[in-house]
Design a protein around this ligand. Sequence first.
Ligand code: NDP
Length: 310
Amino acid sequence: MPVNVLFAARPERWETYEAPLRTALSEAGVAANLATKMPAHEVDYIVYAPNSGVEDFAPFTRAKAVLNLWAGVEDVVGNPTLHLPLARMVDHGLTQGMVEWVTGHVLRHHLGMDAHILGQDGIWRKDIPPLAQDRRVTMLGLGALGQACASALGRLGFAMTGWSRSQKEIDGVTCLSGEQGLRSALQVADILVLLLPLTGDTENILNEETLAYLPRGTVIVNPGRGPLIDDNALLAVLDSGDVGHATLDVFREEPLPPEHPYWAHPRVTVTPHIASETRPKSASQVIAENIRRGEAGEPFLHLVDRNLGY
Ligand code: NDP
């Protein structure tokens, strides 16, 4: 019997994902009816993205799992009607994209590229940047993305510190955890990268108090989630120069409204939530593998801990 897979995401996603999903399901040996509409009580798996129109999971009486298309699950994890296993997206294309984006923005600040890109004015600016080994980079969040980025930056030679909820051991990265660990991680951050999920515990984790732990002139790079940062507190330390620059990819409100002070701030770079995207081909393989596992009675990959919220 084929399994019924509902693709619950905005219509333009269907155009991108239909063909790779069909291919991946067939390559995984899963016979499936894949569609954007089917009676809820007949659905076996829900491939899900926010704003899909599916808000109430109660009618999906025989569904076995919700397979999120995105890495972040903050829009669905607290849904009181959801009692099914929820898997998030861990996709090597998404990870590689994030490694490239983070490395690029860290190198921009490390090498002081702006001085030359923006300074083509006849002045011979001969400032030599330090070697990476003399630049301290802190990564908040050492999950699928944070760990890959920290390892890549470590391989370039940066003096890496990482912080996560549970204690980690990663080659080339000084790993910290706990409240005191956060303080220590911030105190050594010449460049600070945020790759935490948004949960009740991480919201506003960068606030007036924690921003004050940073050395003067730290550069913040945030491809995690906008609400990790208290915006007013950040604007205050950007105005004072205590924080040297913020490269922000994610915001409380997206698209970032044109009148938001971040757009015009001389110490802020805004990018429009483009740090990395789920890649249809590799992500479809992850989804197909999870459906194969569900049918074989094997544990699902990348399950979200509903209590922790990620
Ligand atoms: P993971 O769930 O794999 O990793 C999350 C990390 O954060 C883990 O190391 C976890 O610790 C740590 N963490 C969570 N809560 C806390 C806490 N309270 N205190 C300390 N550490 C904590 O997520 P990913 O790496 O896959 O993704 C991270 C985030 O990146 C996503 O949630 C999403 O918001 C964002 N993202 C942004 C994209 C963009 O284009 N801008 C694209 C994709 C994702 P532990 O290891 O102990 O569990």
